[in-house]
Ligand binder design. Structure first.
Ligand SMILES: O=C(O)[C@H](O)[C@@H](O)[C@H](O)[C@H](O)COP(=O)(O)O
Length: 339
């Protein structure tokens, strides 16, 4: 089957490679001509403009947009100007599901179909396959199924769940038509909200392990900034955290791909010296929390993990200064000045 790919960064390029390995034809375009040339050298059909891209696709066209966040809407609408009724535009980025709903409505006036695909797997997707969460019209999603089946990891990526037998379902193959337009990105949004929570759980637990030698510092003298440690004898452990993440990978309840990646990170940089501790976020966690608020559903862990990212970037500094100022006012306590 033929697919056009716009956006040949790590994700887009690897999607093309995975499709090509299975014999699908790919027409590729990116504003970076070098990225186009690299995939052309691997056998993809290059396009040197959006117009050229649209012209090289056979109707009904199917184009996957995988451009950096912020450029997706513009790219979708530019492409829609060149496309005809019956053509399909797939947004495989991390778009807000509400944008999908608006875009699909606008495109439908021209008869163009819009499919949203939450794509998980990151830089490992070429080898492992990408988990796909899909939203769109059933017949359009069905038409694209050979592409989704190729991109997805396949049934062997995980042991079959006891109780499931016979021909593997879509979900067992690693892709799922989740519902109408927006449903794919809604599911991906919540996936990423969970990702924030799981990451924060590992980070906080390892942080507590990392401080389990605090009893030694306490023996050397009490720091007036914190309450005295009641029993320093209980905090005399100098844990090997890379080794702990490694042992947890084998047979423990918290074994997971996220833990595997944490173990890799700690082998590469045991002291984490290459990180400043500022954690970015690109919107999915915020949208998850907004959805929880609007649904009136508690999401304690996911909300706390989002706020931790804000704190990591110094966004709690003003509030922390207010805390110090109040404590000094009512108690006359000494609070350390800014450094
Ligand atoms: O499932 C995935 O492969 C990841 O979730 C991927 O989509 C990306 O790494 C996140 O979107 C980062 O999200 P933040 O920038 O919000 O941490």
């Amino acid at each position: 089957m033929q697919l056009g790919m716009i956006g040949l960064g790590r994700m887009g390029a690897n999607l093309v490679r995975r499709l090509r390995q299975a014999g699908h034809e790919c027409v590729v375009y990116d504003v970076n001509a070098d990225a186009v040339a690299m995939l052309a050298a691997e056998g993809a059909t290059p396009a040197d403009s959006l117009e050229d891209f649209a012209a090289k696709l056979t109707t009904p066209r199917a184009a996957w947009v995988m451009v950096p966040a912020g450029l997706t809407g513009d790219t979708v609408f530019k492409l829609a100007d060149l496309f005809e009724s019956g053509d399909i535009i797939i947004d495989g980025g991390n778009s807000y599901y509400r944008d999908d709903i608006h875009r699909a409505k606008a495109l439908s006036e021209k008869g163009i179909h819009y499919v949203d695909v939450g794509t998980s797997g990151g830089v490992f997707g070429l080898e492992r396959g990408f988990c796909l969460m899909i939203g769109g019209e059933p017949d359009v999603v069905k038409h694209l199924e050979p592409l989704f089946a190729t991109i997805a990891p396949g049934v062997d990526a995980a042991p079959r769940t006891p109780g499931r037998s016979g021909a593997p379902s879509q979900a067992e193959l690693g892709y799922l038509h989740c519902g109408p337009v927006g449903a794919g990105h809604f599911v991906k949004m919540i996936h990423n909200g969970i990702e924030y929570g799981m990451m924060a759980a590992f980070a906080e637990g390892l942080g507590v392990l990392n401080n389990a030698d605090i009893g030694r510092a306490a023996a050397a003298g009490h720091d007036a900034e914190t309450a005295p440690l009641a029993d320093p004898q209980y905090y005399q452990y100098d844990f090997d955290i890379p080794a702990i993440t490694e042992v947890w990978r084998r047979g423990s309840v918290v074994a997971s791909w996220l833990l595997d990646l944490t173990a890799v990170a700690l082998v590469e940089d045991p002291e984490l010296g290459s990180f400043g501790g500022r954690v970015s976020d690109s919107g999915e966690g915020r949208w998850t929390v907004l959805a929880a608020v609007e649904e009136g559903v508690p999401a304690h862990v996911l909300t706390a993990s989002l706020y931790e990212r804000f704190s990591s970037r110094g966004e709690s500094l003003y509030a922390d200064k207010i805390l110090s100022a109040m404590r000094k006012q009512f108690g006359g306590h000494h609070e350390k000045p800014s450094t």
